[in-house]
Design a protein around this ligand. Structure first.
Ligand code: SF4
Ligand code: SF4
Length: 506
């Protein structure tokens, strides 16, 4: 019997995605438990978190603050407020080097108490709240900074207003090597809170069509969700294969909506908002419980962690505070944020966590290349070309899980035109062709003809390349050289919304 027939409730529609790559059976998957990291003694709150511009601090050094109190806000520019995540005293307002850019930050010493200040006007009877009030609560909570384009409200939290939203996509696809577990987020009352959060967003963006996409491997979750979704066709329910990088806006939006993507712009510019499951839970917490966005659930993954729990941590906690007691101290590790393929390296343990943290991955720091890689059997190595012996083991083999480190397993060799990079490229461009042009320093309209600006820098072409060529890196360099020469990403042929506001986001 097909999965669809077995389900009662809404029947999800399967969306085939022929490109991308499914990472199977890698070591270091997070356990399905959740621990609280406790209130930190000191937090550093970046004044830019998630979507939008950096905001100005509205507190001074020496001032007492409460957890949940807004400490940075700018209603004029496209931005979202930031909050103190602890009760305590501001000790410093400084500039920090944060995830590759200089950012203002408020340093707060905590008094050790764990309670927080609620948002005014929240209600468990959210149906009685107006769409405007819901928008205000989402904005004031900071939840409006979710996703790559924010959640539209009347307060410049995104580049468009709620009435301009045509489609809202909620995704729980998880196609990375390591993913946060939706079972942890949605256990207990989590699932009903998520469904309520969806309905709250629907009330606020009443003119939009809603779409929910889950990874097809999450069978029991799909079944539970299908039974709780409204049966009035107000939400389209999809399942998709967990092939990296299907959750990217540029990939998921065209896949579900069967429409083009405005490369060079964000989804909101074509009236589409894409959010993940945790963002919807933040919306529920803001509107129903009056809870500002002061905590994040983060999965600790990768072979460098011992127990690999999910942790609930206060925003602004240092990386050191969040991973304390969980790290395998015998190993030389590299910490990476959110993605093994594209994530920012977290080299400073004092770095604070913010609203964008979903996974912290501890990879084994190894030599970059392995001498005579090809004479080793590869029981624990992953290979797109299916040449490693790991292909013999089942998807969930505990004995021969694939290893996960920084070694790229081999020397760089000439391109053999195997077209693997072309097969997997999620946006359908020809990476090896672009790579050869950039390598030969052909920086002209040829690159535009082969749609270089459609590259979403997912690094999958480099990952699958048997010749160990940094294909994605070269393509990125090609884009930068074109921009240097004054060549811009072609403007999409569709009507765009909120372009000026989008350009104002730095
Ligand atoms: S060309 Fe760009 S989008 Fe395509 S696989 Fe490579 S990095 Fe990803
Ligand atoms: S995967 Fe590597 S070797 Fe194969 S065509 Fe692409 S660049 Fe060339």
């Amino acid at each position: 019997m097909s999965m669809q027939k077995k389900l009662s409730g809404i029947i999800p529609k399967y969306k085939r995605f022929p490109r991308g790559y499914e990472f199977k059976n890698f070591e270091g998957q997070p356990e399905e438990n959740l621990t609280q990291t406790g209130t930190p003694a000191r937090v550093t709150i970046p004044l830019r978190q998630g979507f939008g511009n950096e905001v100005a601090p509205i507190v001074k050094s020496g001032q007492k603050v409460a957890a949940g109190q807004i400490i940075g806000r700018d209603d004029e520019s496209v931005s979202n407020p930031v909050h103190s995540s602890v009760n305590g005293k501001v000790v410093e307002i400084e500039k920090i080097d944060y995830l590759g850019r200089e950012t203002g930050a408020v340093v707060i010493e905590s008094d050790g108490t764990g309670d927080w200040q609620m948002l005014e006007g929240h209600s468990s009877k959210w149906e009685d709240l107006s769409a405007e009030k819901i928008g205000e609560l989402i904005y004031l909570s900071g939840a409006g900074s979710a996703g790559t384009a924010g959640i539209p409200t009347r307060f410049n939290s995104s580049v468009i207003v709620p009435e301009e939203v045509e489609n809202v996509i909620i995704q729980g696809v998880g196609s990375q090597v390591h993913n946060l577990s939706l079972n942890v987020l949605l256990r207990g009352e989590g699932l009903s809170h998520f469904i309520e959060g969806l309905k709250i967003l629907k009330k606020m963006m009443a003119g939009a069509q809603f779409h929910l996409a889950l990874n097809r491997s999450q069978k029991s979750l799909i079944k539970s969700v299908s039974q709780l979704l409204p049966t009035d066709d107000s939400i389209n329910f999809f399942t998709v294969p967990g092939k990296y990088p299907v959750e990217r806006d540029e990939v998921l939006t065209p896949l579900l909506l069967e429409a083009g993507f405005p490369y060079g712009y964000c989804t909101a510019n074509v009236g589409v908002i894409v959010l993940d499951i945790q963002a919807v839970l933040h919306v529920y917490e803001a509107v129903v419980e009056g809870k500002p966005l002061i905590e994040r659930t983060i999965a600790l993954c990768g072979p460098g962690f011992m127990e690999k729990p999910h942790v609930k941590a206060r925003i602004g906690s240092s990386l050191e505070h969040v991973i304390k007691g969980e790290v395998n101290a015998d190993k030389n590790l590299r910490f990476v944020l959110n993605s093994s393929l594209t994530g920012e390296s977290l080299s400073d343990s004092s770095l604070p966590i913010d609203r964008t943290f979903t996974t912290i991955i501890a990879l084994l720091e190894e030599n970059e290349r392995e001498f005579l890689f090809f004479v080793r059997p590869g029981f624990r190595k992953d290979s797109y070309s299916r040449t490693c012996l790991s292909i013999l083991f089942r998807k969930n083999s505990r004995m021969f899980q694939k290893s996960c480190g920084t070694n790229i397993h081999g020397e760089r060799r000439p391109c053999i035109f195997c077209t693997f990079c072309e097969e997997v490229c999620p946006v359908g461009i020809i990476p090896h062709l672009l790579f050869h042009y950039v390598e030969k320093d052909v920086i002209d309209e040829t690159l535009l003809k082969y749609k270089i600006f459609n590259c979403v820098e997912c690094n999958l072409c480099s990952y699958v390349c048997p010749s160990k060529i940094p294909v994605a890196q070269r393509i990125k360099e090609g884009k930068a050289k074109l921009l240097d020469e004054g060549c811009k990403c072609p403007v999409p042929s569709v009507v765009l919304k909120g372009v000026e506001k989008y350009k104002s986001v730095k």
